[in-house]
Design a protein around this ligand. Structure first.
Ligand SMILES: [Ca+2]
Ligand SMILES: [Ca+2]
Length: 260
């Protein structure tokens, strides 16, 4: 019985283990797929036939599973709320920085098709953004062709790249910060001379910065609530008048998400 168990263990040893959110991989009938908050683990008994099929937008692998990480996106953008004049502050909770040194906050990276209805092809809900605006995101190899990059952050306005960008290379680069028009609809703000950031204040994530965001903030503003919470727009670990200052201009302008 023990030997049979060991054989089964060795049969499922070809595993993949990733530290980021990934989509469900190819899993044979003899395999399985598990997720926790931070990790995904998939196991399978390898299939003997491996083929790769390509179309304009998709790459399909059969046989042995193939995971995220074959392609890298070098991304740069700034969050208006955390921007301090030269770079971004680290987001705090009541005990200090929430993320390791050099990381400002996390965000959601989405890749969307270039044509209507702009289907979402891939999402990483736990991408990390460095204080200097850089982020290196692993992407699956099946993303090919030209696609939009879409940014979501817990208290900023959803922002799209100005146009679809090529995913033909294994290394893809896109920098939102250099020109306002790097965001679709010029939906950014100049936060320092020649430096542009995505817009702060959509705390309820409904695609507009308006009075409802202020209403949502009100109780924590009154209480001066401490913590890593969406109403702390400047990321200093407390909800107070400085966060009102941050939202004020975008509230007045009634900024809204602009998409293709
Ligand atoms: Ca809103
Ligand atoms: Ca604050």
């Amino acid at each position: 019985m023990k030997n049979i168990f060991l054989k089964i263990v060795f049969m499922i040893l070809p595993v993949s283990f990733y530290g980021q959110n990934i989509t469900s991989l190819v899993v044979s009938s003899a395999g399985d797929f598990y997720t926790t908050t931070n990790y995904s683990l998939s196991v399978t008994v390898g299939e003997p036939i491996i083929e790769t099929y390509n179309s304009e937008l998709y790459k399909l692998n059969t046989g042995f599973q193939q995971g995220v990480g074959n392609r890298k996106l070098n991304l740069k953008f700034y969050l208006e709320g955390l921007f301090n004049g030269t770079e971004m502050n680290q987001a705090f909770d009541d005990a200090g920085p929430v993320f390791p040194m050099g990381i400002a906050d996390k965000f959601q990276l989405t890749v969307a098709k270039s044509n209507t209805p702009y289907d979402l092809l891939y999402t990483d809900t736990n991408a990390l953004l460095n204080s200097n605006g850089n982020s290196l995101v692993s992407l699956p190899a099946y993303l090919t062709g030209n696609n939009y990059i879409v940014l979501h952050h817990r208290n900023h306005l959803e922002t799209w790249s100005s146009s679809p960008i090529s995913f033909a290379s294994d290394t893809i680069s896109y920098n939102f910060t250099t020109v306002v028009s790097k965001a679709y609809g010029d939906n950014q703000k100049e936060v320092a001379p020649g430096i542009f950031a995505i817009l702060v204040g959509d705390v309820n994530q409904d695609g507009v910065v308006d009075i409802s965001d202020l209403v949502a903030m009100d109780a924590d503003l009154t209480n001066g609530t401490l913590g890593y919470i969406v109403y702390d727009l400047n990321g200093d670990g407390v909800v107070d008048i400085s966060d009102l200052v941050k939202i004020d201009e975008n509230l007045t302008n009634g900024v809204v998400v602009i998409t293709p």
